[in-house]
Ligand binder design. Sequence first.
Ligand code: UD1
Ligand code: UDP
Length: 374
Amino acid sequence: MKIGIVLGTRPEIIKLSPIIRELGELKNNSTKDIDYFLIHTNQHYSKYLDEIFFKELNLPKPKYNLNVGSASQGKQTGKMLEGVEEVLINERPEMVIVQGDTNSTLAGALASSKLKIKVVHIEAGLRSYDRSMPEEINRVLTDHISDYLFPPTENAKENLIREGIKKNIFVVGNTIVDATLQNIKIVESKKEIIEDILKVIPENKEYFLLTLHRAENTDNKERLNNIINGILKISEYYNIPIIFPIHPRTLKKLREYNLLNKLGSDKNIKTIEPTGYFKFLILEKNAKLIITDSGGVQEEACILKTPCITLRENTERPETLEVGSNMLVKVEDVESIIGAVDSMMNRSRDWINPFGDGNSGETIVNILLEKYKN
Ligand code: UD1
Ligand code: UDP
């Protein structure tokens, strides 16, 4: 069986790594006839959003790199669609695996589906029910053209069923648990990485970790300004360092809206470049609190037992709210941000991770092999 894997962004590389590793082992060690190849759209191309993850996660070099890079939504997706189609016509795999909700996900799924190649969607069924998010459009469309759907939770499966998708749905947990648990173990034995990241972490380990990149938060000047004001209030109220690895989209917008100086004038805000996965896991694990609008970071905070505040009005990860590891806050309402921070910091970290036991990659590959036999 030949399997194509389409990926393009930081979270896809991380969340597909357990599946790629599993397929790699089967290809090398088993008598089964398994082959796979990677198509990288290069939606992410900066070293710290791309190459560093292949290196740290020990992933093979993609067989194809489409070099699409950044562009408007339609242009970027269109270029990917064209590139993926060309590869698939030559390679003719039996299945194509896509993950998550990015433009690379949708392009990979659409190109495959039109060529009548089976589409496998990892992390299917997530819904924010907010169609203003490009990710929500990508999720819904990808789910509806997928042949095998792997929702992480029962809740995500229910979302699919409500939309009339009924066949070949397998609840398997989220591969982010595999990635987090495997890599936190690796990094804890890497002295040089720990020493390096400790240079950023205060000695008493009292700090908050902030990430921000969602289009709806960054691409509107007033909203981004409100978020920055909220962060500055938190810094003033708690007088605690806030470590902020800045996503390039956010850096560009902060510059464009003249907001970078405002952040820079606060001695508590420590802006740094985005870090590799190893360092980021250490930052997450040791933080007093994580403030984010990222999907994957909400999940990792829950897995690593660090309380999380999400700067959004909705989340497609409601399980984190249900178990109590995460809270949504309205960025316009500074009082409510402070209230949320207080309540999350005072809560005990005894929640149970709802995203599985860390064997999702293996389970998914076994199900696909079984399906292929039939
Ligand atoms: C994309 C995904 C988002 C995901 C995020 C992960 C879509 C619609 N969005 O958002 O769901 O959460 O990846 O981080 O697919 N840039 C660089 N270097 C890069 C890549 C981007 O500098 O390697 C800058 C460019 O200025 C670019 C901007 O970031 O215009 C946005 O990049 P883009 O790929 O469009 O979306 P992300 O915000 O990264
Ligand atoms: N991440 C990282 N370095 C950083 C910030 C994030 O390695 O500086 C990782 C993080 O551990 C998580 C993933 O990137 O696994 C989340 O990606 P992102 O927030 O870009 O996208 P989303 O999950 O929102 O789609």
